[in-house]
Design a protein around this ligand. Sequence first.
Ligand code: DGY
Length: 316
Amino acid sequence: MTMSQKILQACPLPPPLAGKLPALCPVETLSDAPDQAAFLREHGAEFTVLITTGTQGADKALIDALPNLKAICSLGVGYDAIDLDAVRARGVMLSNTPDVLNDCVADLAMGLLIDTVRGISASDRHVRRGDWPRVGPTMPSTRVSGKRLGMLGMGRVGQVIARRAIGFDMEIRYHTRSAKPELPWQHEPSLLALAQWCDFLIVACPGSPETYHLVSAEVLNALGPHSYLINVARGSVVDEKALVAALENGQLAGAGLDVFENEPEVPTELLSNDRVVVLPHVGSATRETRAAMCELVLKNVERFVKEGGLVTPVRL
Ligand code: DGY
């Protein structure tokens, strides 16, 4: 006998998505349960689909508590917060929301780069504090156009960032595990060499055990006192303690960060540093892109419920 489908939402989802799910099959929200462990013990076996987000993820305990789980549909392109070993071991299918967010994450990366290097947020604070009439304008900043851009990661988002950077006459090189000969930019097999070469290093690779702390103290040191780090990928890729130290010791000119190691916590040393721009992980957060991401999750859930497959499956 085929089991009927039932969805568990790991957390509250945006209304355009949450509002349309009940038309597909019954839905319950785990975070609504006053005692989530008790809820899972009593109802865990009823659910075949789990919907989560890139930041909420799904740990082994949750996956284990859903013995009839067949598919996880995640809102977001990154799935590092989902326990992939548990997903593989259980033979569960997984979908994410690739491509629809490339433009907005790339736009934000360029905005964060320009803000950090030209000191836009710092200058805004300067004016608001009333310092302009008192001490004059802020000190000259650093030129953006025509500089050397190093890309750590050259996937879907990285390529869109690189195309934007061409408009700023930047010379581009990238570091990935293997070269992509179809791309017009030079591959740099050594991240350290890329850091030594570039003026700006943009992190745009997935968060994973393989990329954990790739931007180490050594890489930050190789970047040097006139270079800037921009991270729109995952906090885990950068050794945050080493970053704080590099900024405090003047080994790095500045950093623009949309992501952190322990979100939503941001080290106080970063908050109090005027050469750092901090954002609350909003790379994909435009109304248009979030709507497109919700639509893609909905299409995945619908395909699964009706046909047993997914529209954008993650190859595990
Ligand atoms: C993602 O989709 O992984 C982004 O980080 C969400 O903003």
